[in-house]
Design a protein. Structure first.
Length: 229
C-alpha cells in the first residue's frame, strides 16, 4: 500500500489506523469522477492524499460548490454522522490520489473504536463550518471576494502555487456566469495577486488574496485547527 499523506489518517492512533488499514486501498482520482451521488447510498469513503474533491448542491439542473475536501479531510461525512446518503453530490475537482474504504467497513470500525468515531466526527464538525461559511460568502460577497476565498482554499490543498482550473469549473463552483469569472480573474491579475493562463491560475500574492477575502477566509481553517490539531 502506498504511504498515507492524508492528515486524518496520519493523525490516528496506531490502533485506529490498523482498524482501517485492512480495508483501505489506494486509488487514482480523475477530474470529473463521481464520488457520491445525491440521495443514493454511499458505497465508498475517500481520504485524499492529493487532488481535491468538491461537494456540490444541485437544484433544477444547476449546481454550486459548497465544500472542498483535500488531504486534510475525507468524503462521506454523512456516514460518520450515522446516515447512509447525502442530498449533495461529490466529484473530483482536481486529479490526485486517495485511499478509500467501503462505507460498511468504516461503519464497523466506527462502532468498534470510540476514539476513531470522535476523531472523524470532529472533522465532520469542521466541514460543516466550511459549508456554513461558504453559504454566507455566496449570500453576502461579490464575485471577486468569493473568487479570492476559493483560490486560497484550493491552494491550501495543493503542494504548489499552480492551480489547474478552467473558468467554466470556477463558475460552476461559485454559481456565477463564466464571463463574471473571467472579469474577476482579470481584476485579480491586474492587482498582481494571480497569474492567469488557459486552464492555469498561479497564486502570486497570498497575503493580498487573504486581505481581499477578508473575514470570509479563515473561519473554517481556524475551526479545523481547533478541533483536529
Amino acid at each position: 500500500m502506498k504511504p498515507f499523506r492524508n492528515q486524518i489518517l496520519l493523525a490516528l492512533s496506531r490502533a485506529d489506523r490498523s482498524l482501517l488499514a485492512r480495508g483501505l486501498e489506494h486509488v487514482t482520482l480523475e477530474v470529473g469522477q463521481s464520488i457520491e451521488q445525491a440521495n443514493r447510498p454511499i458505497e465508498q469513503v475517500y481520504f485524499p492524499d492529493s487532488g481535491i474533491i468538491s461537494v456540490v448542491a444541485t437544484w433544477d439542473n444547476s449546481q454550486i460548490g459548497i465544500g472542498l475536501i483535500g488531504r486534510e479531510g475525507m468524503s462521506a461525512t454523512a456516514v460518520v454522522l450515522g446516515d447512509h446518503r447525502s442530498p449533495n453530490e461529490a466529484c473530483v475537482l482536481m486529479a490526485g490520489g486517495a485511499h478509500r474504504i467501503s462505507a460498511q467497513r468504516l461503519r464497523i470500525a466506527l462502532a468498534t473504536s470510540k476514539t476513531l468515531r470522535q476523531r472523524l466526527q470532529r472533522y465532520a464538525l469542521a466541514f460543516m463550518t466550511q459549508i456554513a461559511q461558504t453559504a454566507f460568502a455566496n449570500g453576502k460577497a461579490g464575485i471577486e471576494v468569493r473568487l479570492a476565498r476559493f483560490l486560497l482554499m484550493v491552494r491550501d490543498r495543493q503542494d504548489d502555487d499552480d492551480l489547474r482550473l478552467t473558468h467554466a469549473v470556477i463558475a460552476e463552483m461559485l454559481g456565477v456566469r463564466r464571463s463574471g469569472v473571467t472579469d474577476a480573474l482579470n481584476d485579480l491579475e491586474r492587482k498582481h495577486l494571480i497569474g492567469a493562463k488557459r486552464s492555469l491560475i498561479t497564486s502570486l500574492n497570498r497575503k493580498g488574496l487573504v486581505a481581499l477575502a477578508g473575514g470570509l477566509y479563515g473561519v473554517p481553517e481556524s475551526e479545523y485547527d481547533r478541533l483536529l490539531c
